[in-house]
Design a protein around this ligand. Structure first.
Ligand SMILES: Cc1ncc(COP(=O)(O)O)c(C=O)c1O
Length: 377
């Protein structure tokens, strides 16, 4: 096999895009209506479609996932402290801080890399109002245990499912758990609307409140009943979403094949494991994450990350650094590495690999061969 660097850069992901003519036709429809935002035709249609795809009772669309999470925190009247994971994208703890809430970091499970439900209880005190857990890389959290704890201590639960579009647990859409769940439609995700998001839940009353909050709290032309924000998805985003829905299954199938290729190529490589893929979970096929055990592989994750760049292969050290190490969070008592041993270890070992449908099986085979050639043990 030719192991010279790739001629063109191999990125970690590439967005799927619908046929340009189809998008132009959609734009024409929007131009005719002259309705660009505020619950227009495309928005109403898209909200209904997303509800079906995610198999949830209620959906509210948003302009991005961060504003959706901010709104979820407000809609549930959270305050004081909220227990969350340090192994996530900065938006997760930031939405708490923006609501004047202290994020309290809890360690993660070493296999799923989601919040370790067995370690949540010891972080609960009188100020705790909720758990904000993340289905990181599309791996579902221990939702049944989390719900038990939440019920026992009367806490709310928000799931950040930015990575978990279409994930199902035993056939149940992942957006049915907890009080509210956020799905991000950023273009780094398999399904996207350029920027965008959805909040899902089971209670229609809560959806009403979320819809009010994302539109400045405006009830009618004469009453503004909540301190809201502008979280609305516009018509162009919704139209793009309707078209991307039509092509996402094809992309899922391509990624399924690439995922199997990564597994086949790396299965016998000591020191490298691939995250995810359990039989009762429908995969989001959003990330392809490997974990490198330096003792067995002979090389560190950081070495591999840098070395792959020389071959024009661009991986990402998601989610390095841990959020608990950010300057404004690091002095909190929950942020010490003694409280977060598994997160501290994982963040040095995981690497997100190139994973998108445009890649060919031979590209993945070459990436894996280059990777395996770096092994020294
Ligand atoms: C875990 C997680 N939460 C929240 C977000 C924020 O979502 P958005 O980019 O749609 O604001 C992201 C990033 O995309 C994420 O990865």
């Amino acid at each position: 096999m030719d192991l010279k660097p790739f001629k063109k850069p191999i990125y970690i992901t590439r967005p799927i895009l619908p046929n340009l003519q189809a998008m132009q036709d959609k734009l024409k429809q929007i131009w005719i209506t002259k309705w660009l935002s505020n619950n227009g035709y495309q928005h109403r249609l898209f909200e209904r479609e997303i509800q079906k795809v995610l198999k949830v009772p209620c959906v509210s669309l948003f302009n991005n996932g961060t504003i959706a999470l901010l709104t979820a925190v407000r809609a549930l009247n959270l305050s004081g402290e909220v227990i969350t994971t340090p192994f996530t994208f900065p938006a997760t703890p930031h939405v708490l801080s923006w609501n004047n809430i202290q994020p309290v970091f809890c360690d993660i499970d070493p296999v799923s890399l989601t919040i370790d439900a067995n370690k949540i209880e010891k972080q609960i005190n009188k100020k705790t109002t909720a758990i904000l857990a993340v289905h990181v890389f599309g791996n579902p959290c221990n939702i049944y245990k989390i719900q038990k704890i939440a019920s026992r201590y009367n806490l709310k639960v928000i799931y950040d499912a930015a990575h978990a579009f279409e994930v199902e647990l035993n056939g149940i859409g992942i957006g049915n758990f907890g009080d509210l769940t956020m799905f991000s439609f950023h273009p780094t995700k398999l399904f996207h609307t350029a920027e965008g998001a959805a909040l899902t839940g089971k209670k229609h009353e809560l959806k009403k409140k979320v819809d009010l909050l994302k539109n400045f709290g405006i009830k009618n032309e004469e009453e503004v009943v909540e301190i809201g924000i502008n979280g609305k998805m516009n018509e162009i985003q919704a139209a793009l979403g309707l078209l991307v829905l039509k092509i996402k299954n094809k992309e899922r199938m391509k990624r399924k094949l690439l995922c199997a290729t990564y597994r086949n190529c790396l299965i016998n490589t000591e020191g490298i494991s691939i995250l995810g893929e359990e039989s009762n979970i429908k995969n989001s096929y959003q990330y392809l994450v490997i974990r490198i055990d330096q003792k067995k592989f002979g090389r560190s994750r950081n070495f591999i990350y840098s070395k792959l760049k020389e071959y024009n292969i661009f991986t990402r050290k998601y989610f390095y650094p841990l959020c608990s190490n950010f300057p404004y969070y690091k002095n909190h008592k929950s942020s010490g590495s003694k409280n977060l041993p598994e997160a501290t270890k994982a963040v040095e070992e995981v690497l997100s690999m190139p994973f998108y449908g445009e890649l060919k099986v031979v590209d993945i085979e070459k990436i894996c061969t280059i990777l395996k050639n770096l092994k020294t043990k």
